[in-house]
Design a binder for this molecule. Sequence first.
Ligand code: ASP
Length: 320
Amino acid sequence: MKRILVLHTGGTIAMHEDVDGDVEQGAQNPLNDAHLDLPEVELTTENIFNLPSEHITPTHMLALYNRLKDAEQDFDGVVITHGTDTLEETSFFLDGTLSFEIPIVMTGAMRSSNELGSDGLYNFQSALRVAIDKQSKNRGVMVVLNDEIHAARFVTKTHATNVATFASPISGAMGMVNKRKILFFYDLPYKQTYPIKAVDKRIPVMKAYAGMDGHILSLLADSGIDGIVIEALGAGNLGEDAALGVLKLLDAGIPVVIVSRSFKGIAEPVYDYLGGGVQLEKAGAIFASAVNGQKARLKLLIGLENQLNTNDLNNYLHEF
Ligand code: ASP
């Protein structure tokens, strides 16, 4: 018998359609009385929040972390249900802060509980099957929806409404849920995790664009932010004006993290001219590998909350 802790946090998987066809929250999570065909599992269920995931903040992620940090003693696995809009961020936060052997599996749904083709119960059962599978240990936090298993590290929401929304553009899915078997395609490279006690740092994310205004960036130098993530162009480049704004931020001692606004590939310094990645890095900007803006923000938050020095922060953001 496997002991699985289930934490429900809300999201479409916990919602239903009203008479007008609008999707809304209910007081009760429909999964609480779901009938599951998994006789060898003992579930301990907690409705820790009932929130649409747009209302989830790092404070909620920290509450999940605090609930989970000793869970390995009592459980063989964890399943967390969550709204899909910010699921990748909560999964990434937990993946970066909890160093667990037991699986943590997150899931959600794109169609609410009483909609035609609702995917919630199916995804929940798939997540439980992955959580009890013996191959699932030491894989960090996984995201299971639509018969695919993704590593929190690489997964992102790619479609606003389609049930096949979660994908790992850089690595591909880590595994697959079949009718009888769970298959894993690869193991993950090592990654550092850091514990966390607070989530107070202010870190905005800005997206670069042709003609990006450097003045707006320089205004942030005096705004009390603790760091900034810029989704830069291509391999991590900026226009001249934006580059001058970045120099002002760096002069003010604000960590500037560069990721690519491109959907695939990683940011790395290639070009040596004003705004090119080579010059941005020489000026002190940090290149974060294989993460999008929202994940780089959480990584910077975890690094700053752990008071990493410049060198360690650089290494931490660089590694996959
Ligand atoms: N708006 C919903 C949420 O993230 C979307 C979903 O769960 O699919 O809470």
